[in-house]
Each structure stands twice: as structure tokens, then as C-alpha cells.
Design a protein. Structure first.
Length: 340
């Protein structure tokens, strides 16, 4: 059994793989569940929560090169508990997107080897030599470095606004019956650095976004996956929005004002309509969308920079930079999971 298959067996029971994307619709099974009455605590909540089944540290950046071209990068560190109080396994993903190409990468590790982990002070999240870290203690100023034989990056992220809490004080509901996570973001990073591409290094600048989320049952068993948007508008506002797909789709949006004031919207307040699909690795995936949030006079089309931004990883999914045009022009990222 190769390492990839071994980690698949370890991450989730085979019977769970059909329960939502990558088994995230499993029952809590003795793990801790999110408490809506608990306030998030920083810097402690930048660290790991091993009493919960699953969590992630997730960075995206929509970038412009000194060559005048559009680029995007993604880095995610996942932690998963095999059983309540039991060992942890770790998985890291990398994505580098150009208008013509998309490179994905993955690394896997067991707990207890020192290969992977998260430290609160000074902050560091790592798996082998892929690292997200702070040189001054918090997450306001971060460095991110990762790469494969094909592509990589070395970036600096400097926050120009506050951390924001999604849902109700960081308690993010995911279904009508109340599935939920703890969820916050730092969506105000200015990004500078270098992409390492087959054609050579490219200096880049742009906007970045850090997501932190943890739970023990993210989805209902009949929710197959999600379509998630993070958008930086030219006005200085931001939008995080998602649709959880199932018999009754669940919609949510956080409108983030330039000063970080965040307003949640649920249900029909958000409309997300696929406008165009592309064949991606033998699947039909929507790569052009219309988003509407009438309460904010938002009506935009969201287009992929590269329709073939497929993450060929243990649990494959679509992830790439996008452009927003219409009432609120801007750029950002789109993640789509559960497309078979």
C-alpha cells in the first residue's frame, strides 16, 4: 500500500467517503462540537483544536505580476483526528495558477514525527518545508513559502484591517438543522513576493485571505460539497459567500466593510447562479457565476482566470483565482468541492 492510499485509509473510514465532500458529513462520534456561547480567543485559537475532528489553516492570494499577468496561489494545512483523544494526521495542499497552467501539490504526515504541526507563539504552521509563519508573534505579518518541482512561492502578507468573525460571533451555521463550525478570517492582507515558475521567477503583488475553521461535523450527510467565494472589491469591501449543495441548498454571505465591520446574510439574501460550465478532468464544473446580494446592491459575474484550476489531491477539488465584474469589480478566489 503506497503512502497516498495509506493516508486515505487513515483520514477517513471508507464508509464515510460518500457522506458529503471527503466525509465531512460524518456524525460527530464523540468529538467536541462547536459551542455558540464560547467567544473566540486570540492568539490561542490560531492554534490547533485536537478535540475537534477536523480543521484547516487556509491562505489564498489573487496576484498581479511585474509582467502584467494575473496569478493566484493557495496553501492549506489540514489537521484530522482519527478518534476522540487519538492520533492526528496532517495534509498540506499547494496551488499555483497562471492564465495557461495550474500546478497542484500535496504533502502528508502522521502526528508525533515533528513533520507537521501548529505553534501559537510565535505563530507557525508547517508540513515539512511548506511553512506559514510569523516573525513577530501574531498573524498580522506572515510569511508563506512552499513549492513543488514545478512551481512555488515565497510571499509576505501584511494585514491592513482586522480579523473578522463569520456567522454569529464566529459560530458559522452550515445547514437548516444546525450543523456548524467555528470560523474566522483575516481578509485584509497586502501581499508581495516571488512566484517560482518553470519560465523563471516573477515578482508579484496583490491581496490575500486567511481562513481558519474547525468542527467535528461540517456538513449534513446529504450535502455533497460547496461553492465558496472570497472577493476583494475595488471599493475596499470584501465578500465571503458559500452555497452548500444538497436537496435544499444552504446559502450564506459575510459582507465585510472596508473597516472590517461584518454583516451576515442567510438564505435567499444571497443568490449564486452558475452561468457557464467547463469540462475539467472529465467533470463538468461551473467556472462562471452570477452573485447577487441585493441588500448591498451587489450584482457581479465571477469568472475563473483559468478554468482548469483542478487540485489533483487526495480529495480532489477545483480552486483558483477569479475576477468579479459588474456593480462591484474586484478579484478573489473560488473553491468548489464535491464535483464527481
Amino acid at each position: 500500500m503506497n503512502a497516498r492510499v495509506l493516508l486515505l485509509v487513515l483520514f477517513l473510514p471508507v464508509s464515510a467517503l460518500a457522506q458529503g465532500f471527503a466525509g465531512l458529513g460524518q456524525g460527530a462520534g464523540g468529538f467536541t462540537m462547536p459551542d455558540p456561547g464560547r467567544d473566540l480567543r486570540f492568539p490561542a485559537d490560531h492554534g490547533a483544536h485536537p478535540d475537534f475532528r477536523t480543521e484547516w489553516w487556509y491562505v489564498t492570494a489573487a496576484l498581479s505580476g511585474a509582467d502584467g499577468r494575473e496569478y493566484g496561489v493557495q496553501w492549506t494545512l489540514f489537521r484530522s483526528s482519527l478518534a476522540p483523544g487519538g492520533p492526528q494526521v496532517w495534509m498540506a495542499h499547494l496551488g499555483v495558477t497562471t492564465p495557461e497552467a495550474h500546478v497542484s501539490g500535496e504533502q502528508l504526515a502522521h502526528d508525533g514525527t515533528g513533520q507537521a504541526g501548529v505553534r501559537v507563539a510565535p505563530f507557525e504552521a508547517w508540513l515539512d518545508d511548506w511553512r506559514l509563519w510569523s516573525e513577530d508573534g501574531g498573524i498580522a505579518d506572515l510569511r508563506l513559502a512552499a513549492g513543488t518541482a514545478e512551481a512555488g512561492y515565497d510571499l509576505a502578507l501584511r494585514a491592513e484591517g482586522p480579523i473578522v468573525l463569520h456567522g454569529e460571533n464566529g459560530y458559522s451555521v452550515k445547514s437548516a438543522s444546525g450543523q456548524a463550525s467555528r470560523y474566522y478570517s483575516q481578509p485584509f492582507y497586502a501581499v508581495t513576493g516571488t512566484l517560482h515558475l518553470p519560465s523563471g521567477p516573477v515578482e508579484v503583488t496583490g491581496r490575500g485571505w486567511l481562513d481558519r475553521e474547525w468542527s467535528s461535523q461540517f456538513l449534513e450527510e446529504d450535502q455533497a460539497g460547496w461553492d465558496w467565494f472570497s472577493l476583494h472589491f475595488e471599493s475596499g469591501a470584501r465578500l465571503m459567500a458559500f452555497v452548500l449543495r444538497g436537496p435544499e441548498p444552504f446559502h450564506y454571505a459575510s459582507w465585510i466593510a472596508p473597516d472590517g465591520t461584518t454583516t451576515p446574510y442567510y438564505g435567499d439574501a444571497l443568490s449564486a447562479e452558475p452561468l457557464e460550465v467547463a469540462e475539467v478532468e472529465g467533470r463538468e464544473v461551473p467556472v462562471r457565476w452570477r452573485l447577487r446580494l441585493p441588500a448591498r446592491e451587489l450584482n457581479v459575474t465571477v469568472d475563473a482566470v483559468n478554468a482548469q484550476s483542478w487540485q489533483d489531491t487526495l480529495f480532489p477539488y477545483w480552486e483558483g483565482p477569479v475576477r468579479a465584474e459588474g456593480s462591484h469589480p474586484g478579484r478573489g478566489y473560488l473553491e468548489m468541492t464535491g464535483y464527481e
